[in-house]
Ligand binder design. Sequence first.
Ligand code: FAD
Length: 467
Amino acid sequence: MSTVTIIGGSVLGLGAAIALADKGHQVEILERSADPQPSTVDDAFTAKRPTVPQGVQSHAFASLGCNLLRDRAKDVHDELLASGCTEVQLADYTPPTLGKVEPRPEDKDLRMVIARRSTFELALRKRAQARPNIRFSAGRTVRGLVTENGKVTGVRLEGGYTHPSDIVIDATGRRSAAETWLTDAGLPAPTTQSESCKITYYTRFYKLTAAAPPGPINRGFGAGGLWDHYTAVLFLGDNKTFSISFGILPDDTALKGLRNEEAFTAAVRATPLLAGWVAPGNSEPISPVHAMGSLDNSLRLPQPVQGFFGIGDSVCTTNPSYGRGVSLGLQHAYLLADMLDEHPEVGPKQAQAYVELTERLLRPWWEEAIINDRGRAAMWEATVAGQPPQRPPAGVVNFGIAVAASTKDEEVWRRVANVMMMLKTPDTLYQDPEIKARIGKALAGGPPPQLPGASRADLVDVVAKAS
Ligand SMILES: Cc1cc2nc3c(=O)[nH]c(=O)nc-3n(C[C@H](O)[C@H](O)[C@H](O)COP(=O)(O)OP(=O)(O)OC[C@H]3O[C@@H](n4cnc5c(N)ncnc54)[C@H](O)[C@@H]3O)c2cc1C
């Protein structure tokens, strides 16, 4: 078994630590933040985490990641449920237009754990720290790599210390400095491909005070819709919390006022699907509005490097709307842990196996995110410019079209749900001739009615008046 150093102790550094420790490796996590680690759900929610700005944004956890924890780290799954998280089955939330849908045995895997990001990460950290072969060292910033004969053999820490290790894993997130570290060490750096998601998020958290959900739940994990100039989604959380996130174009100046709390509330009220959740007596805000932009679909494809592997956002980021980051990172971590069983020796075979599994896993999701974001951004840009919305050419299936068809055809619904939950790959939705034919047939009579959202004029007006 190897000694493993994981750089970065956030959600996926912790996930990777658990995956590797459970294979018998001796793991040390080096986390640059020296802030005290919260021990309760409430403290985790309010903890300041300047190095993890997305920690205060809405998160939904796709079935892929939830099932991995259920099947391979059951104690984490149990910890989540003991912390006030709940589970939902997506088959309980089929579109009403489908009528009664007979459940199938495989539907049981279409499930999600409902948790705030802070609660999810707390459960991972508690269970990581309970493992005798994981050490969590806070306040330790990595500045570079130590190498010997072309192999990475450790890390260089701030203050001039070095830390030897058989294997080094980069889990430092989307601002990873791995490219510089590798180049400085004379090793091949990843090839980076990146494109803006063209979306900025505004998120606020609430405590539910109503006895029952004050609005419809159309997505299992919450409720929401995508309209011709914005998206608004409600995410259920643990312990009677929920959050609402708006997504708009980064240069949509008319809606920038969403950062203002009054304007945010006015925009929720103007979105009929969500309005009831913020009606007096139904909820209380428990956070300010958090904005987050500069989001990219980025893929940093690694070159073979002996003893050094990246996981999580350090390798791939996709538009948060798709809710894939945590599941992809957990899957990557478990694939890496399994690969190390097959190739235990640090060397070229191990390095090459990592490169191959990384591209095989990540590329399809990254490519799908790019294509869908281009289509969605073009639609929003046209509306904001006062032009008619752009439609994809006839016969082209994109995510919006597939979702529309899923309200009319049970097989399409099941496939869309499986791809959204990452239990099937995107090609099974966009390339399967039978599914494509079903989508064409389902939409032959025209698209289904839109969910109730706010028109461009109304949303701009309420935000301007309340800002
Ligand atoms: C707005 C938004 C919403 C999202 N919603 C979802 C969602 O609904 N579902 C989902 O699955 N995913 C979602 N994601 C993606 C998800 O948040 C990320 O995939 C996930 O946070 C990545 O985790 P990570 O551990 O790779 O990196 P991070 O969480 O960014 O953590 C990196 C860690 O590395 C540490 N670090 C950095 N540099 C060093 C260093 N030199 N030395 C030591 N430590 C270092 C940092 O302090 C930090 O703790 C969302 C992302 C955004 C931006």
